[in-house]
Design a binder for this molecule. Structure first.
Ligand code: DAH
Length: 346
């Protein structure tokens, strides 16, 4: 009777590796895997056969069988088989069960998100969207807004003039404020009017953490019969509560703007929050539309009255997100922009 002896592990290993390197197509690879690593494959047979060896030989043979199996599994993985082991396809075939390749996607810029949020709230209050050009006339940017040529407010809003021959409405410039859209709308439509006008503005400013040569505003204008301060205050209170959360308070502080009378600066406060140690933060300008503005566009100020307001979009985004420097918005550093990528649009 022939005594069972330890199998030729080295020979089997050699042969398996030679066959594996010769396997050139998915079918051959799969056949190799079944033959050596399958449930009834060679390595399994070796492990099953350990029982019939003399007890003294079993530990060494067991170790050799396990080593062999491991070596063949590694060779299989190296060949690329590892990728599809346990999945739905043979090596080299498309495997729909594998995770997809990540596709880089963009996101809405934090300023656009802020604008979307602002316009969304005003839509709910019945404001329509209006638009006006960024290249404006002196007339629309200043004169029609009750800011005549030697008015000191023109200095504060120094801007970029275009090297073009002046038209019937004076020189061409980059608008310093979205208040121009008040005039554009009033020229073209009869009251009642209730619009917001978001857009970009320009000024000749020294650039620092809170000033740039361009920025964004949202203008609001409501003109109709019997429109007054309570409407303005109500709209601002609703708006800032929606934007900043329940408990947000708004106060109007007397101020001066050429195109409103009376005029106010708008401050808001949020319960439990301070801004550089102060409870109130200035955030907008507003007032009742000056009769001269209405008269200038042919609207009878005895019959119609209205309110207007202007918000700084960067300022609001800075407060909402704790952004310390305005320049971050425009540098397009993705490390900054990505922080807001998850917020989506509105
Ligand atoms: N246009 C003003 C500015 O840029 C902001 C402003 C103040 C707009 C009062 C208004 C307003 O409509 O009523 O400083």
């Amino acid at each position: 009777m022939s005594r069972p002896s330890s199998p030729d592990f080295a020979g089997i290993r050699q042969q398996a590796l030679t066959e594996l390197s010769a396997a050139a197509d998915p079918a051959a690879l799969q056949a190799w895997r079944n033959r050596y690593l399958g449930r009834q494959g060679e390595t399994q047979k070796l492990l099953d056969g350990l029982k019939s060896l003399p007890p003294a030989e079993r530990p060494a043979a067991g170790k050799a069988a396990n080593d062999l199996r491991k070596a063949l599994e590694e060779a299989w993985a190296e060949k690329g088989g590892g990728e599809t082991t346990g999945t739905a396809a043979a090596p080299g075939e498309l495997d729909p069960t594998l995770p997809g390749k990540p596709y880089p996607s963009g996101a809405v810029h934090v300023l656009t998100q802020t604008l979307d949020r602002i316009t969304d709230i005003f839509h709910r209050l019945g404001f329509a969207l209006a638009d006006g050009p960024e290249i404006e006339t002196e007339h629309h940017n200043f004169d029609a807004l009750n800011t005549h040529a030697d008015h000191p407010a023109r200095d504060e809003q120094d801007t970029f003039y275009l090297n073009l021959p002046p038209g019937p409405h004076g020189r061409w410039l980059l608008r310093t404020q979205t208040s121009t859209v008040q005039i554009r709308v009033l020229e073209n439509r009869k009251p009642p009017i209730k619009i917001i006008a978001p857009g970009r503005c320009y000024r000749r400013d020294e650039v620092d953490a809170t000033h740039g040569i361009f920025f964004h505003q949202v203008e609001g204008l409501c003109v109709g019969e019997g429109i007054g301060l309570p409407h303005l205050k109500g709209v601002l209170e609703y708006f800032f509560r929606e934007l900043m959360g329940e408990g947000t308070k708004v106060r109007l502080r007397p101020h001066y703007f050429p195109f409103t009378e009376p005029s106010f600066e708008v401050d808001f406060s949020i319960p439990g929050k301070t801004f550089r140690g102060k409870e109130w933060l200035e955030i907008a300008g507003c007032g009742l539309v000056h009769p001269n503005v209405l008269r200038g566009v042919g609207v009878d100020p005895e019959k119609y009255t209205g309110y207007a307001f202007g918000l700084g979009v960067e300022r609001i985004a800075m407060v909402r997100h704790g952004i310390p420097d305005l320049r971050l918005f425009y540098e397009n550093d993705v490390r900054f922009l990505k922080q807001f990528a998850a917020h989506g649009a509105v």
